[in-house]
Design a protein. Structure first.
Length: 330
C-alpha cells in the first residue's frame, strides 16, 4: 500500500460573470474577479507536486450550473493525474443535478457516493448535499413544491447512504484502514466564518471557536445535520477501521482526533491562505501536510488581518500537519 495525493476543497471555480451571491464577504472576495488566476494557481501547484491522484472535497463550483460544472471538469483535467471528488452544497441545487454532474464527470455508475481502492487504500466518498427537514426524518430537495428554507434542519447524507455506509464497512476487512471523504465535516467547529468585513474582526489567535463570528449550525440549513453525523460516527466507532475523515465546507483548517479517528478539515482554495493538503500513505500510516500556492498577489489580495481572517489557516500547528497511524499508536 502506498500513494501520494492532493486534497483540496471549496475552490468555487467559475467563469460566469456577475456579482457573487454573498458579495462583501472576505472569503469570497476573489473567486469572481480572479477566477482564471485561481484556477491557474491550483493547477500549477498540483502539477509541480506531481501527486498520484487528486481528491476534491466538494464545492468545485460557485453555483450549480452547467457552465460551472464543465469549467470545473476542464480545470481538473489539467492536473495531469486521476482525480476523484464528492459534491458540495454549491455543486448540487436540485435533485436532477446529481445525474447531470455524474454524467459530465463520467462518474462510473452515475452515483456520487461510492467506494474506491486507490494505491491499496480504501476510500469511502459521501454525498452530504441532501437537504433534511427540521424533523430530521425525511429529505426534501430544493425543487420540491413544498420546499421552504425556513423549515429545513440542515444538509447531510441520505438515509440510503447511511445504510450503504453501514453495509460497506461491515463487508470491509476489519484490519484494513478506511478513509472517508465528505464535504460536510463529521466533527469540528460549530459553524463557518462568513461575517461581513465591516464587522469587528475576530482575534488573530482563537483558543476556541468563537461563535460570535461563526454562523452556528442552528442558524442555517446549509450546515451539517447532527443526526446524520451522529449515525456515521457511531458506525465508525462500531466497526473500528476508519482511520481518517477528510472534509471541508467550513472554509477553515482544523484537525482533531475523535475516538481514534483523525478528522481533517481543509480551508477553502478560493480565499486566503490558498492551501491544499499533501497526503502520503503506506503500510504504516498516513502523513498530512499543508502546502500553499505560489501566488503572492492572490495571497496579498485576500489576507486581511483587519478582518481577522488569519485564524482560518488553523489555530495550532496540529491544524496544519498530522500523522495517522493505522495501528493508532503514537
Amino acid at each position: 500500500m502506498h500513494g501520494r495525493f492532493i486534497y483540496l476543497v471549496d475552490t468555487h471555480w467559475t467563469r460566469e460573470p456577475g456579482v457573487p451571491p454573498h458579495a462583501g464577504l472576505w472569503q469570497q472576495e476573489l473567486f469572481d474577479t480572479h477566477c482564471e488566476r485561481l484556477e491557474a494557481a491550483a493547477v500549477d501547484l498540483v502539477v509541480r507536486l506531481a501527486p498520484d491522484f487528486v481528491i476534491h472535497g466538494g464545492d468545485l463550483c460557485r453555483e450549480a450550473t452547467e457552465s460551472d460544472w464543465h469549467n470545473a471538469r476542464r480545470v481538473m483535467e489539467r492536473f495531469g493525474c486521476p482525480y476523484y471528488f464528492v459534491p458540495g452544497n454549491h455543486d448540487i441545487s436540485v435533485r436532477a443535478d446529481r445525474a447531470r454532474v455524474a454524467g459530465i464527470f463520467g462518474v462510473p455508475g452515475g452515483c456520487l457516493h461510492f467506494e474506491r481502492k486507490i494505491g491499496g487504500l480504501a476510500f469511502l466518498f459521501l454525498d452530504s448535499t441532501h437537504v433534511w427537514r427540521k424533523d430530521a426524518v425525511q429529505t426534501i430537495e430544493r425543487d420540491d413544491p413544498e420546499f421552504d428554507p425556513r423549515n429545513q434542519k440542515g444538509i447531510g447524507v441520505s438515509a440510503e447512504q447511511v445504510e450503504w455506509f453501514e453495509r460497506t464497512l461491515a463487508e470491509s476487512d476489519p484490519a484494513a484502514p478506511v478513509v472517508v471523504v465528505t464535504h460536510c465535516p463529521l466533527v469540528g467547529a460549530a459553524g463557518y466564518p462568513v461575517r461581513f468585513r465591516k464587522e469587528k474582526p475576530v482575534s488573530a489567535s482563537l483558543p476556541e471557536w468563537d461563535s460570535r463570528w461563526l454562523v452556528p449550525i442552528h442558524d442555517t440549513w446549509v450546515m451539517p445535520l447532527e443526526q446524520r453525523r451522529a449515525e456515521l460516527l457511531h458506525l465508525m466507532r462500531e466497526r473500528g477501521n476508519v482511520r481518517a475523515v477528510l472534509a471541508g465546507h467550513q472554509h477553515s483548517a482544523h484537525i482533531s482526533v475523535v475516538d481514534g479517528v483523525v478528522h481533517c478539515t481543509t480551508s477553502a482554495m478560493s480565499a486566503w491562505p490558498f492551501e491544499m493538503r499533501l497526503i502520503e500513505f503506506d503500510d504504516r500510516g498516513m502523513t498530512i501536510d499543508t502546502v500553499q500556492v505560489a501566488a503572492p498577489d492572490l495571497i496579498e489580495a485576500s489576507y486581511r488581518p483587519e478582518w481577522g481572517n488569519e485564524w482560518v489557516a488553523g489555530v495550532s500547528a496540529y491544524d496544519r500537519q498530522a500523522t495517522v497511524r493505522w495501528d493508532r499508536s503514537v
